[in-house]
Ligand binder design. Structure first.
Ligand code: FMN
Length: 395
């Protein structure tokens, strides 16, 4: 396998995971890449590695540039094993290499691989490798405690590890070589499912790199940003501040169709009020895709029937996932059908309260099948929510 030269003396030597479809529960329908980069200066630096079983692919790409024995440093920007998994194998072939990592990175790597030749760096530290002085910025919790950015001022290249990444497997390496909407959609999905919880830390990271001159952002997954750097930085600022669009998401599931009827009536009302709305059935749409819809939706309406005095597991699973990712500045609305007691809609509303969602309209529920009047009432609730959403009174 061959390297790709990104800039003079900077090479992409990563691996392409064409067939990956499930990445710790994240549905990766376009596969992914594990991006490792080689900087060949007076000293030779490898920035990150790849998943363990992709080591041969990375190695063959490295060998197409240099003899791996010449590697002096391996920078570990993130402990997670899709980037660190090949460290032990790489060290065997690069016996003089030191592992450059953050203090939290050293602690994490030791828990994975034990004692290795670590050299710890902190924010503001530099590493001279000849013509270049590599700079380091710790970006804790974007998205693990150890996350760290490497910057080469001489090349104006930022290596931010997982930040700005997307799960896309492709021959193309640069953002100008692929439709931008595909890249931003996958970047949004990545942010919504991996980073959303850490908005304030993302803001800190963005502030930390805001003074840097950047010609290239080379993340650890997917496409490298070169043509659309301003666009992705703007999106990250927006997402970090939890800014939303005037949009609604209706996510629901159903056993016998009643909650579904309510969902469509709600959709009709929101449509009437002019609110662009997305409707997702949780048993047919993967939760990681529904999270992408959450990212920019101001209203999150969730419907569940009652089963055994509780929500349907598909709805409960999604809400648990949503609670962990902790979106802010949202309006919630719970609805559903029941047979003889409390359960689904009430649990949905409780979860909304736990997430501190704004709840301007009380939950809406019907016993068994909704009547025409029930559906009309639900439609009116949709209109009311739409009107409220358009006013400035609710976020
Ligand atoms: C296995 C099962 C368990 C149920 N458990 C409850 C319950 O504990 N409390 C209740 O009020 N209704 C219960 N129901 C009734 C449903 O909530 C009711 O049929 C409702 O209309 C279903 O809505 P859906 O058509 O959206 O699935 C249960 C239904 C099923 C099939």
């Amino acid at each position: 396998m061959k390297h790709r030269e990104l800039k003079p003396e900077i090479f992409w030597v990563g691996a392409i995971d064409w067939n990956l479809r499930n990445f710790h529960g994240y549905e990766t329908r376009r596969g992914s890449t594990y991006n490792a980069y080689l900087v060949v200066d007076e000293k030779v630096v490898l920035i990150d590695t790849v998943k363990e079983h992709f080591f041969p692919e990375m190695l063959s790409r490295i060998k197409s540039v240099i003899d791996p024995q010449k590697i002096d440093y391996i920078i570990s920007g993130h402990v997670e094993m899709d980037h660190s998994g090949s460290l032990p194998a790489m060290l065997k072939l690069a016996p003089r290499a030191k592992i450059i990592t953050s203090p939290a990175g050293e602690r994490g790597l030791k828990k994975h691989f034990g004692e290795l030749p670590y050299q710890v760096v902190k924010t503001g530290d530099t590493l001279n490798i000849g013509k270049r002085n590599l700079q380091f910025v710790e970006i804790p919790m974007v998205h693990w405690p150890d996350s760290m950015v490497t910057y080469s001022p001489q090349d104006r290249v930022l290596f931010p590890n997982d930040a700005f990444g997307q799960h896309i497997a492709s021959f193309e390496r640069f953002d100008g070589q692929m439709p931008l909407n595909i890249i931003t959609e996958e970047a949004a999905k990545y942010y919504a499912n991996i980073v959303l919880r850490y908005g304030s830390q993302v803001e800190k990271a963005l502030n930390a790199v805001s003074s840097l001159e950047i010609e290239m952002i080379a993340p650890s997954h997917g496409i490298i940003w070169k043509t659309h750097i301003e666009k992705i930085l703007k999106l990250y600022w927006k997402w970090a501040k939890y800014e939303t669009e005037l949009r609604a998401l209706i996510a629901y599931d159903t056993m016998w169709g009643s909650t579904e009827k309510l969902a469509f009536a709600l959709y009709e009302g929101l449509e009437q009020a002019g609110i662009p709305t997305t409707l997702r059935k949780l048993s047919t749409t993967h939760i990681t895709d529904v999270m992408t819809d959450v990212l920019e939706s101001r209203l999150i309406a969730i419907g569940s029937p009652t089963i055994n005095q509780d929500m349907l597991p598909t709805v409960g699973g999604f809400l648990t996932y949503l609670r962990g990712l902790a979106p802010r500045k949202r309006t919630g609305f719970a609805f559903g059908s029941y047979g003889w007691g409390k359960g689904g809609p009430e649990r949905v509303e409780e979860m909304f309260k736990e997430m501190k969602f704004n709840l301007p309209v009380a939950l809406f529920k019907v016993q068994y099948l909704p009547t025409d009047d029930d559906l009309e009432n639900m439609r009116q609730v949709g209109e009311k929510l739409g009107t409220l959403l358009q006013s400035t009174s609710i976020s």
